[in-house]
Design a protein around this ligand. Sequence first.
Ligand SMILES: C[S@@+](CC[C@H](N)C(=O)[O-])C[C@H]1O[C@@H](n2cnc3c(N)ncnc32)[C@H](O)[C@@H]1O
Length: 398
Amino acid sequence: MQINYDKFSIQLESDQGKYEIIEFLRQKKFEFTRKDEKRILLRLRYQARKMGYRNFKELLNCLKSDPQTSESVFQWLEKGRAYHEEDRSFVPLIRQKKTLKDYVTEAPIKPKKKKKKIVILPLEFESNLDLPADNKNLSLIFDFLSAKKINYQAYKLNHFLRRLHARMKRVSKNTYKGYHNLLQTSSDEFKLLMDNFSINVTRFFRDKELFLSLERDVIPQISLGKKNPIRIWSAGCAVGPEPYSIAILLNELKMKNTFKNPYILATDINQGLLQQAMKGVYSDKSLEEVDKLKILKYFQHVNDSDLYQLLPRIRNMVTFKQHDLRNPPPGRDFDLILCRNVLIYFSRAQSEIFFKQFHAALKSKGYLVLGRCEVLPQSIKQKFEIIDTKNRIYKKKE
Ligand SMILES: C[S@@+](CC[C@H](N)C(=O)[O-])C[C@H]1O[C@@H](n2cnc3c(N)ncnc32)[C@H](O)[C@@H]1O
């Protein structure tokens, strides 16, 4: 079986921001020697390249603005080991001081005896993932998914393995073979594995600044001289806060003529999430970035709980539909497409296909919004004008 892994070059366009990123790690209380800085930059360079950044500065902006990504990059850095001549052993390359215990010097980690095993993964993936002992049997899982017509190669291999291992741990299977047996006999487990590939963290007005920019600049621009209802697509909407935030925003703008019957389409691959979205019930945690006044105006507190339900008149503004982004777009002539924090899990080749589809589904001069850690690939860039680099807002050229 041929596996088409993404091959990542570890060259960046420039090393801009390398001192700042080292300084940032020190501010975050990471400890490392001067000698190891080079090694750390090497690992970060690989990480930056993998995430599609051109230099360290762009990676640093992402680490500062997205706690989830920075946490996983930090964890990955902490797994790095360096061989120290003096100790004649491997020691962590970098370590974060967290508790008093972390200040106590630990015994050096003994190098593991090399076991003879067939390695089928590229080296860069081995370094930060614990693979089951029977890693050669991973092909059983790949073959199973291929037979089910699941295009697993669309996902980044690291993301794919992380989610697969999480599921295996959940059902106490520590070999691929054992998990493969379970998949063959349990259709429920297959469904759970599929759901597990998609991470669905979301919240209302996620990245407040972006929503300010939409309210202040983008939506008024779209509505200039517009006769037809505005058409918006939230792709990968999870349980709904993103399209509902847009609905609230349109309601706040109260441009009655323009926003009569706006069309807000919200899609996700996961039907369970969409069903939850339609109910419109959220915990106060999802509302952390919403102004108190808006909560009072648009939500109803569910008795004796920390839950809030969005008012039906806002819920009715959004049409939810199951859709896999790997299929053709569910509509066209959109004025605005938001696809945030979805593409980061996909390979570069697959993301390029998505971007081409978004481009085709947008009206001329329509807007595309990505997540804070997502960038337009070079191949697509010339088809869009950059409107707001920080908030990742792009406009389709005429
Ligand atoms: C992290 S959430 C993003 C939610 C929202 N866009 C936000 O930024 O707050 C990612 C969503 O992408 C969805 N997703 C993953 N793969 C998908 C695919 N192939 N097609 C459509 N949606 C997908 C997941 O189900 C999940 O709900």
